[in-house]
Design a protein around this ligand. Sequence first.
Ligand SMILES: [Zn+2]
Length: 70
Amino acid sequence: MKKLLCPQCKISSMYVKNAGGERRLVYVDENHNIVAKYPEEGLEGFNLTEVYCLGCSWHGSPKRLSSKYV
Ligand SMILES: [Zn+2]
């Protein structure tokens, strides 16, 4: 799997949130799919239309992630 990068700080570690404010660590793959870092946790109920960068203040649509890969 190729991972897309934050457009600001170029790391691949992102998270998503649910309505309760919980977080799940995710990556975004080259097809802009959100992939749970720990698949056993699941992403049901989480908002997958906005991802948050772990390394900086960037957040937004997964479609806006850099097309550069790690
Ligand atoms: Zn970042």
